[in-house]
Design a protein around this ligand. Structure first.
Ligand code: CTP
Ligand code: CA
Length: 227
């Protein structure tokens, strides 16, 4: 189906999508970040809206045009993203965690800009763990029957790492893609395999992120709670 004439198979549903990459501040001018552009998450939000869903898009540090008809909640850090996702997930039928969430954040935040000292080595950077939003949502569904989808970026042993990650996180579907310096980040295209907790394996050929988005919803729809 052409977009715009999409089946309304998400009509009456509320879906939450996280997109982009979190930034963990060190001081007012510096942060630890990642290369996620948010394009895949935005494609998921557009696709869901075209299929009739009410969409909440939790956007971490993206620089992309706002998709029409989507509620956008901008966030900065992993802790802020967790709060926004959990709040929106309370009445959601499905949650798709496409955001690249920083695993760690600096243990301390300097209220003033960190200055270098003449002749002194830099102080080592101490990091602490961030909350794992996907694992938390999967283990304790805010709404019974909610479908939870994760994304995994892997550079090696893509399938084996993906299967292990799906089991560890406890989500229903995990979209696994291979990344590298020139692969996926910021690009318009993506190649992936979607692993299901039921053992299913759906390869998605190299193509536009919109196609992967449509495939994700195709796999979510039959798993939605019908009660
Ligand atoms: N995720 C999350 N909270 C975190 C880290 C990751 O919700 N603190 C979510 C991401 O949004 C993604 C999924 O978990 O949907 C997998 O992210 P990934 O970084 O691949 O998984 P990790 O468990 O962090 O494993 P790794 O050690 O490989 O980074
Ligand atoms: Ca991670």
């Amino acid at each position: 189906l052409a977009r715009g004439t999409a089946a309304q198979d998400l009509a009456g549903r509320h879906v939450v999508v996280s997109a982009g990459g979190t930034r963990e501040p060190l001081d007012p001018v510096r942060f630890l970040g990642n290369r996620s552009s948010g394009k895949q998450g935005y494609a998921l939000a557009r696709s869901a809206a075209a299929r009739g869903a009410r969409v909440t898009l939790v956007a971490a540090n993206t620089a992309l045009p706002d998709p029409a008809g989507v509620d956008i909640v901008p966030v900065g850090t992993a802790v802020q993203l967790r709060e926004a996702v959990l709040k929106a997930a309370a009445d959601a039928d499905a949650v798709v965690m496409a955001a690249a969430v920083a695993d760690f954040r600096p243990a301390a935040y300097a209220a003033g800009k960190i200055k270098k000292q003449d002749g002194e080595d830099p102080a080592p950077l101490t990091l602490v763990r961030n909350p794992d939003v996907l694992a938390e949502l999967s283990g304790d569904r805010p709404r019974p029957g909610q479908v939870v989808v994760g994304f995994a970026a892997e550079t090696d042993n893509v399938l084996a790492n993906g299967r292990a990650k799906l089991a560890r996180k406890g989500c229903d579907l995990l979209v696994v893609n291979e990344v590298g310096e020139r692969k996926t980040f910021g690009s318009e295209r993506n190649e992936a395999v979607v692993l299901g907790a039921d053992g299913s394996e759906t390869p998605v050929p190299y193509g536009p992120k919109d196609d992967l988005a449509d495939t994700v919803w195709d796999l979510v729809v039959p798993r939605l709670d019908r009660s």
